[in-house]
Design a binder for this molecule. Sequence first.
Ligand SMILES: [Fe+2]
Length: 255
Amino acid sequence: MSTLTAESPVTSRPNARLESLLSDAMSRLDVSSLRKQYIEQDEFVVVDQFLPSEVVRRWNAEVEELIPKAHRNFIPKHKKGGSVGYNTVHEFGPSMRGGYHSPAVQSCLSGIAGSAMKECPASDLHRCALYCYTEEGDHVGWHYDTSYYKDTRWTVLIGLRDESSSRLDCRLYTRQKGREPKDLSLRVETGMMVLFNGDTIYHAVTPVKAGEQRHIISMQYVKTGEMNPFMRFVSNMKDSVAYFGLRQVFLGKKK
Ligand SMILES: [Fe+2]
C-alpha cells in the first residue's frame, strides 16, 4: 500500500503524491457525460467514488484532528451543528487543503460546470470547511447557498465518516419557470462528490439521531471572487453567527 508524503502544516505547497493521486482519479472521470448530467439536473451532479481510497483515508484521519476544534452553533429552526473553517483546515488538514487547491480537481470541476472556476478569496472561511453533525438533532434547514459574490458560487460537498441516518435533501428546478420541482434525498457516501450552483439548488440536511455522527467537507469556488464591501460585511456577519464565530471571522489570520 502506498502512502502519502508528509507535508508541512503551514505551507500551501502542493503535495506531489496527493496531486498525483487526485490527477489519476480525475483523468478516469467522463467529464463530458458529467457535464450533460449537470446541465440536465439544474446545475447539480453527483459523482460516486470521486476521491481515491488513499485520499479518503488521509482525509478521515485529519477529520479526527479537526472534530475537537469545531465551533458549534444553534440557530432555532435553521441549523445546529459544528463547523471548522478554512483557517483551521489549512493548519491541521494538509490533505484536505491540498484537495481544495488541487489543479486537477479544479480543472475537472470547471469542465463539469462549463465555466472558469476560481478559489474563493482567502478571507472566505467557507472555501474549504468541515461540517460536523455529532449531537442529536444537528441539521441544516432548507436554504440556497446564496452567493454574496457578484457572480456564481459553486458548492462542492465530499462525504467523509458518516455513521448516521441523515440525508442531504435537494430540490431541483425551483427557479425554472414552467418546470415542476424535483426532490432528491441523498446519502453522501464516503468519497462521493456533489457539485451544484449555490443559487440554483434548494437543499437541507436532515437531523442526526442520538448516537449518530456525520462529517462532510464543503468546498466553495467562484467565477470571479468579486464582492462589494457591504455584501462582504453581510457575509461575514452571517458566517460569524451561523458558522465559525466572531473571533475566527473577524480576527482570524488569513491564510
Ligand atoms: Fe448549503
